[in-house]
Design a protein around this ligand. Structure first.
Ligand SMILES: NC(=O)c1ccc[n+]([C@@H]2O[C@H](COP(=O)([O-])OP(=O)(O)OC[C@H]3O[C@@H](n4cnc5c(N)ncnc54)[C@H](OP(=O)(O)O)[C@@H]3O)[C@@H](O)[C@H]2O)c1
Length: 403
């Protein structure tokens, strides 16, 4: 078999999210793009492939295990782009990044694990820059909508002093793999104070921590309060501790084009009236459950009740899910604008499968139009406007509104 005979390899196709990505690709990949499916069990791969839409049924299968570096090197050398849904990433991800960085293979994933991304930057950014590999973490609901909002606002407003992402509607579920990743991150942080501090640092993913501006405390929101800037009551948003780190990395990699003194936050919007009470109660419940995850006895109890790896929201729940976020921005001179991002389908799974597939296809098909950067990147620094165009063509609404 010749080198780079495959344009795109999906690693982890047998998992819950991996199967959704395989199904999406089998319908949406243009003719002539050569795709392969990789996983640790040939038998599971064969049965997954047999259930795919017709175009996917002829895709080659590649056996690889993240504990076997040689098998990963072999896959990375055959692919131009490797897209991985093998998680928890902190457990299985770094050897995959290593194989791609060494081979100059572009890489996409769904990581929402800050410590894993920090380790990836520290260990493999320099090598990926040397080989030209674009290593792009967080190409799903975490953190594409977050990353794209400030990018579009920057087009409209230039340098900004504050940007706030408000979740206005969110209907969706969680898979066993996502819970496993959250539990693993908490367990690791519990064992290692350095990791706990890293998770709390607002600039945890900075390319050069010493050069970050000193903006005073930039705490993630934990309670409920009225926010005059966005004109509504707000509560915590569970993904804020991840997405904010990604957006701040984007700003730093862009040479602080969004503003050297930008303050970026993410919150849940609380609707007025009775509906608002319901949303606030749900968020408070989620907060209590998250606290439970911090302590091992309650963590064990919760783990028994949660979906297991391979399980996730039903087909109907995925189809009827929905996302609407509005990102508010204020320019350094005081001008304001906002960006509305909307999508139909469960954000964490249906929309995520689309976003990860489109990000991977941008690296396969649009390379000559992408920013000339390599190393460990964010979705926006890797793909910029090409990603926005692809999301729009795939059915997402991204609208800039200025007063
Ligand atoms: N960023 C986002 O918005 C977002 C959204 C959804 C999911 N995620 C993340 O995506 C990841 C996957 O979630 P999921 O629910 O799809 O998990 P899952 O169903 O448990 O799937 C995990 C996959 O990893 C494979 N795997 C496990 N150990 C492996 C190894 N040593 N070598 C090779 N493959 C191995 C499994 O293979 P087998 O089938 O052989 O067991 C399976 O294909 C999680 O980290 C989750 O947090 C992120």
């Amino acid at each position: 078999m010749s080198a780079r005979d495959l344009e795109l390899v999906l690693f982890g196709a047998t998992g819950f999210t991996g199967r959704l990505v395989a199904e999406y690709l089998a319908v949406h990949v243009p003719d002539g793009v050569r795709v392969g499916l990789a996983g640790r069990s040939q038998q599971k791969l064969e049965s997954l492939r047999a259930g795919l839409p017709s175009r996917g049924r002829s895709w080659p299968l590649l056996e690889a295990d993240s504990a076997d570096a040689d098998s990963l090197d072999a896959v990375a050398r055959r692919a131009r782009v490797l897209c991985t849904t093998v998680g928890p990433y902190a457990k299985y991800g770094l050897p995959v990044v290593a194989a791609c960085a060494k081979a100059g293979t572009h890489y996409t994933d769904l990581a929402g694990e800050v410590q894993f991304m920090r380790d990836s930057i520290d260990a493999w950014n320099a090598e990926a820059q040397r080989t030209g590999a674009r290593i792009v973490h967080s190409c799903g609901f975490d953190s594409i909508p977050s990353d794209v909002g400030p990018w579009l606002l920057h087009h409209e407003l230039g340098a900004m002093k504050r940007v706030t992402y408000v979740v206005e509607a969110l209907k969706g579920g969680f898979s066993g793999g996502t819970y496993a990743s959250m539990l693993n991150a908490l367990e690791e942080a519990g064992k290692d104070r350095r990791k706990l501090r890293a998770l709390a640092d607002p600039h945890a993913l900075s390319p050069d921590r010493a050069k970050e501006p000193d903006l005073g405390p930039q705490r993630d929101q934990t309670g409920f309060s009225y926010d005059g800037f966005v004109g509504r009551w707000t509560g915590p948003f569970v993904m804020e501790p991840i997405n904010t780190r990604v957006v701040r990395r984007t700003n730093a990699l862009l040479g602080y084009a969004y503003g050297r003194n930008l303050r970026y936050r993410e919150v849940s919007g609380i609707p007025r009236g009775l509906k608002g009470l319901g949303v606030a109660a749900r968020l408070a419940g989620l907060g209590v459950a998250s606290l439970g995850l911090l302590f091992w006895p309650t963590r064990r109890l919760l783990a028994r009740a949660l979906p297991k790896p391979g399980e996730g929201p039903s087909e109907e729940a995925r189809r009827t899910g929905r996302l609407r976020v509005r990102t508010f921005g204020e320019a350094e001179g005081g001008r304001r604008a906002s960006v509305v991002i909307e999508g139909q389908g469960d954000p964490g799974y249906q929309l995520t499968a689309m976003m990860l597939s489109q990000a991977s296809l941008a690296l396969v098909l649009d390379l000559d139009r992408l920013p000339k950067r390599a190393g460990v990147l964010t979705p926006v620094t890797a793909m910029g406007d090409v990603l926005v165009e692809r999301l729009r063509r795939a059915g997402m609404t991204l609208t800039v509104e200025s007063p």
